[in-house]
Design a protein around this ligand. Structure first.
Ligand SMILES: NC(=O)c1ccc[n+]([C@@H]2O[C@H](COP(=O)([O-])OP(=O)(O)OC[C@H]3O[C@@H](n4cnc5c(N)ncnc54)[C@H](OP(=O)(O)O)[C@@H]3O)[C@@H](O)[C@H]2O)c1
Length: 246
């Protein structure tokens, strides 16, 4: 079996995931890319192979099909060294709060699916004795706001899950990185008018993730300014906060 390090990227069609794939491939990693409708990854696989002269394999995975997770992990050519989960669904708060099943989809996609998959991977890494897991959560999970609390609460659950997992597997040599990106210019945010000073490019996120895994960081805000913004938002007393609408 090849000794080259491998990264499994789940939600591989995401713009952030693609930037991470390019970064890791440029650093000599082999890539395992998992996505739903994975045939859409074919051009990406070809491009990555040519660009980086590395081994790239695509796998089918829908994050909502939990019962398939063990078979999916067993089907990997080998257990990777690093795993990134970039799956996410922003939803539309105004619609979703009126439609119960829309909320279910946002909650399951951002919290249940990623947590259950990464939990199972952590169990396998723990038995092996090493591995790095990266979960992309969101600053929206730091405090619920009227404009995005369905997505935000699911991300909050995901952040808490990653925190507990880190706590549990620490002694086994498995590292868990929680990424809190702030705004990123991707398909997810393309309809929004984002301030450039607060908005990272996917490549910037990928560079920060690579450096943070290397130095075994626990939690990163991609642009440090977000740590201070969220500190202020989280410090506002509830009796004032509930009167604000943002
Ligand atoms: N962009 C931002 O400002 C921002 C900020 C904070 C956090 N994040 C988080 O960063 C991560 C990456 O997002 P992005 O900005 O790169 O957006 P994106 O390009 O829209 O990526 C989201 C990905 O999730 C995948 N996905 C959704 N439901 C799925 C399912 N049931 N099974 C498998 N894959 C599924 C989508 O697959 P399809 O292509 O098949 O639809 C898509 O590739 C997400 O977790 C997001 O919440 C983004």
């Amino acid at each position: 079996m090849s000794k080259t390090k491998k990264i499994l990227i789940v939600g591989a069609k995401s713009d952030i995931a693609l930037a991470v794939a390019n970064k890791y491939a440029s650093e000599g990693y082999e890539l395992q890319l998992a996505a739903r409708n994975s045939s859409e990854l074919d051009p990406v696989v070809d491009d990555l192979k040519i660009r980086h002269e590395t081994n790239v394999i695509a796998y089918e995975l829908d994050i909502l099909k939990y019962e398939r997770f063990p078979d999916f992990l067993d089907s990997l050519a080998c257990l990777p060294d690093v795993v990134l989960c970039a799956v996410g669904l922003l939803g539309r708060q105004n619609d979703d709060q009126q439609k119960f099943l829309n909320s279910v989809l946002v909650m399951r996609t951002n919290y249940e699916g990623p947590s259950l998959l990464l939990g199972e991977i952590a169990r396998r890494f723990e038995m092996r004795g090493h591995g790095s897991i990266i979960g992309i959560s969101s600053v929206a999970g730091d405090r619920g706001r009227a404009s995005n609390y369905i997505y935000g609460s699911a991300k909050s659950g995901f952040t808490a899950f990653l925190s507990g997992l880190r706590n549990r597997v620490y002694k086994s040599g498995v590292n868990i990185l929680t990424v809190l990106p702030g705004f990123v210019a991707t398909k997810m945010t393309q309809s929004k008018n984002l301030p450039s000073i607060l908005t990272a490019q996917p490549e910037e996120v990928a560079d920060k993730i690579f450096a943070a895994v290397k130095t075994k960081k626990n939690i990163i805000y991609v642009r440090p300014v977000w740590r201070y913004i969220m500190l202020v938002i989280c410090s506002i007393p509830e009796f004032i906060f509930k009167r604000m609408s943002f």
